[in-house]
Design a binder for this molecule. Structure first.
Ligand SMILES: C[S@@+](CC[C@H](N)C(=O)[O-])C[C@H]1O[C@@H](n2cnc3c(N)ncnc32)[C@H](O)[C@@H]1O
Length: 287
């Protein structure tokens, strides 16, 4: 074993003691970041090249700063996105909802589908869809100016400025010019119940911006409003996906009733088999 791997083992213990859920991965990611190699290449770093800044990064992580804020990037599907203060760090759970959206768009008989992503954050959802559905046109909306800057940066740096457009605005009233024309609406809205304030991890509570998290006592305020937004934006037969907290999967389908033109409302699960997002579509014109 080389010196760096010894240090990674020591850092792993420190991070585990600090209550980090994935101490080994984080210790390795930080070592890879500091030494400019991939995780698989850590064994090849010469002992003389060990960089003591590694321990500064480990101390920041130990104090529960998110890994992605320390390294400055987050991986999401096939993207490496820039993140930092002022923006929500994209999560793996959301990748599964995006998977559903991409499959749904590919199965639609539409050459250049029109997509709206509500709550841009880093741009993770919007950029992934543009990248993986080649002719899609994606509009994303963000209320927080700081977050919008990160989304714009990522859209530019990933080379998707031609088909992803980030708009400043409130997702509840945004993009009236697209009313009735959108093929797919997707959102990972704020959904954490304010009553959970005491139990969420410090990485989330202290670093994800408040507007990306909280949505009323039961966490459902924004999702209730999204029913109206989807009804306004979608074309007949258009599809929608909304991420939610585990434990909210029973209530949300009731917000999208058949008598308001919703069809095929279904709960979908994440990798841990927990209810994680709800999908639905608008009735066709003749139903
Ligand atoms: C949970 S984050 C999701 C970000 C990103 N889509 C992702 O999945 O990583 C929710 C985002 O919605 C934004 N947001 C909250 N309320 C909003 C509103 N009323 N209108 C537009 N964006 C809003 C937050 O600032 C935050 O960036």
């Amino acid at each position: 074993m080389n010196f760096l791997l010894d240090e990674v083992a020591r850092a792993t213990l420190r991070l585990a003691e600090a209550g980090i859920a994935s101490p080994r991965t984080d210790a390795e990611e930080l070592a890879a970041f500091v030494h400019g190699v991939r995780r698989g290449g850590l064994h090849s770093v010469a002992d003389s090249d060990f960089d003591a800044r590694y321990w500064e990064c480990v101390a920041r992580r130990e104090a529960r700063e998110p890994l992605q804020h320390i390294t400055g990037h987050a991986y999401f599907r096939y993207l490496e996105l820039r993140v930092g203060p002022g923006v929500f760090v994209p999560r793996p759970e959301t990748e599964i909802m995006v998977d559903w959206a991409i499959e749904t768009l590919r199965s639609m008989d539409v050459a250049d589908p029109l997509v709206v992503d509500l709550g841009a954050g880093s741009g993770a959802i919007a950029i992934s869809i543009a990248q993986e559905v080649p002719r899609s046109r994606v509009h994303t909306v963000e209320i927080e100016p700081e977050a919008l800057k990160w989304a714009e940066l990522n859209i530019r740096e990933t080379g998707h400025s031609d088909r992803v457009h980030a708009h400043a605005g409130d997702m509840r009233t945004a993009l009236p010019e697209l009313d009735g024309r959108v093929d797919l609406v997707i959102s990972n809205p704020p959904y954490v119940p304010t009553r959970d304030g005491e139990v969420i991890p410090p990485e989330v509570r202290d670093y994800d911006p408040s507007p990306s998290l909280w949505s009323g006592e039961d966490g459902l305020d924004m999702i209730r409003d999204l029913e109206k937004v989807g009804r306004r934006l979608l074309r007949p037969g258009g599809a929608m996906a909304v991420e939610h907290h585990d434990g909210q999967g029973i209530e949300i389908p009731w917000f999208f009733p058949e008598d308001r033109g919703w069809r095929d409302v279904l709960n979908r699960k994440d990798m841990a088999r927990r209810d994680r997002f709800v999908v639905m579509r608008r009735a066709d014109e003749d139903t």
